[in-house]
Design a protein around this ligand. Structure first.
Ligand SMILES: NC(=O)C1=CN([C@@H]2O[C@H](COP(=O)(O)OP(=O)(O)OC[C@H]3O[C@@H](n4cnc5c(N)ncnc54)[C@H](OP(=O)(O)O)[C@@H]3O)[C@@H](O)[C@H]2O)C=CC1
Ligand SMILES: CC1=C(/C=C/C(C)=C/C=C/C(C)=C/C=O)C(C)(C)CCC1
Length: 317
């Protein structure tokens, strides 16, 4: 009897959330205020990280900026301060767990308070075909895009749990939900990031830590330079799916974060290949890839990286 009542409740809840979320696509729910929050952003010296820092500042939060590159990180802090915000910079290699734990403690001591929002944004890609890819580059992708999530979450989640207040944001990728050729290191690490994030979200819900929210952000190609050259079929790119403007991408991610949305694919159209991967036969997806030019979309990207490396090594000589 209890089983049947639970089943009935579950079905009603499922229907309720489908209707609620459909309505939310049109009528956006109210955003939560984040003034006074302390937001830590990894990879803050780069494209999306730098914009995230400015957007969180716009909403009244203070930002802690972590990057492996001191000068680009300082540049981000300068932009934040020019906007009247407060930024604190730390040079951290997120792949080095001792460095992460040491700097987490430093942040706590320097600022005298806890980080309440963590944006795991730092990311890298090898940009080589599988058999040409040096082992160290493969390891680096796994360490930055996946292992680092464990270290930062272990460093900051305990205080969030203790206060039952916080937010963990993972900047993954659509390539963490479906894949394409010649980015094995990246897809493996981003699929892992998605798995890590979802399992963590389930753990928090199962433990009824309902004050600590999670948002998984999965963007399509963004014009930051990271995937410069990556290209699908011209007609599809022109009429359906062009690379995202970084500012637009971050604004869409912010919209999701500020309403505690658990997952956002940017743009929305990219939910479709995610669904078709799960529902259609493998061969059906392969022919779609061929038609859309997504099977070989990384070829020009890898060529461009090779050219860049060649030019740089010529310059060094
Ligand atoms: N650009 C795109 O098309 C897409 C990007 N994404 C994801 O968005 C995130 C941001 O990407 P984007 O802004 O384009 O990339 P960028 O390369 O512009 O920025 C990444 C930043 O992370 C820093 N970083 C790299 N390794 C480490 C490390 N070990 N410790 C600390 N910081 C590090 C980089 O420093 P340095 O420059 O010195 O290496 C850089 O400042 C990434 O996770 C990426 O995978 C998702 C979808 C699409
Ligand atoms: C595979 C595939 C596509 C192309 C996806 C591409 C090219 C994604 C690139 C993403 C990047 C570079 C993410 C970085 O994090 C389409 C055309 C959407 C639809 C068919 C399946």
């Amino acid at each position: 009897m209890i089983f049947l009542m639970d089943l009935q409740m579950m079905v009603l809840d499922v229907i309720y959330f489908i209707i609620r979320n459909s309505i939310r696509v049109v009528l956006r729910p109210r955003t939560k205020p984040i003034d006074g929050e302390l937001v830590l952003i990894t990879g803050a010296g780069g494209g999306l990280g730098q914009i995230f820092a400015q957007e969180f500042t716009k909403h009244g939060a203070e930002v802690v900026l972590w990057d492996i590159n001191t000068s680009s990180n300082e540049q981000t802090a300068k932009l934040v301060r020019e906007k009247g915000g407060k930024a604190y910079t730390y040079t951290v290699d997120v792949t080095d767990r001792q460095d992460v734990y040491r700097n987490a403690e430093l942040v706590r001591r320097d600022l005298g308070r806890d980080v309440t929002m963590l944006v795991n944004n730092a990311g890298v890609v090898a940009g080589e075909r599988m058999l040409d890819c040096p082992d160290e580059m493969i390891e680096r992708s796994m360490k930055v895009n996946c292992h680092a999530l464990f270290w930062t979450v272990k460093a900051f989640l305990p205080q969030m749990k203790a206060q039952n207040h916080g937010h963990i944001v993972t900047i993954a990728s659509v390539l963490g939900l479906f894949s394409t050729a010649c980015v094995e290191d990246y897809c493996a690490s981003k699929f892992a990031a998605v798995g890590f994030h979802e399992s963590l979200a389930h753990e928090l819900l199962a433990d009824e830590v309902d004050g600590v929210k999670t948002t998984l952000v999965c963007p399509y190609i963004v014009d930051t330079g990271m995937f410069a050259g990556c290209k699908i079929r011209e007609e599809v790119e022109q009429f359906l799916l062009s690379p995202l403007d970084p500012q637009y991408c971050v604004e869409q991610a912010m919209n999701a974060i500020l309403v505690d949305q658990p997952l956002v694919c940017i743009p929305r159209l990219t939910y479709l290949p995610f669904l078709s991967r799960a529902l259609l036969p493998w061969e059906s997806n392969v022919v779609t890839y061929r038609f859309m030019g997504s099977d070989k979309c990384m070829y020009p990207f890898i060529e461009a990286r090779k050219q860049l490396l060649l030019n740089n090594s010529v310059k060094v000589e």
